[in-house]
Design a protein around this ligand. Structure first.
Ligand SMILES: [Cu+2]
Length: 68
């Protein structure tokens, strides 16, 4: 199990948080997702088959790319 924390600048309201949490949680291997409005941080706990690559790709696809 691995935990990563990303900054997602596009988070601006509760709807963003809800969208991110719902979409990322649907990814196979993801155990938990916690997004915050104030810090724009997203903490994700995951295991295979999910990887940092697939998580970042998904966030990009739903318009919440991780900060470079
Ligand atoms: Cu929003």
């Amino acid at each position: 199990m691995k935990t990563v924390k990303y900054v997602v600048p596009n988070i601006s309201c509760g709807h963003c948080v809800h969208t991110i949490q719902t979409e990322v949680a649907d990814l196979a291997g993801v155990q938990s997702v916690k997004a915050e409005i104030d810090s724009k941080a997203v903490e994700i706990v995951f295991d295979a088959p999910a990887t940092e690559e697939t998580i970042k790709q998904l966030l990009k696809e739903i318009n919440y790319p991780v900060a470079a």
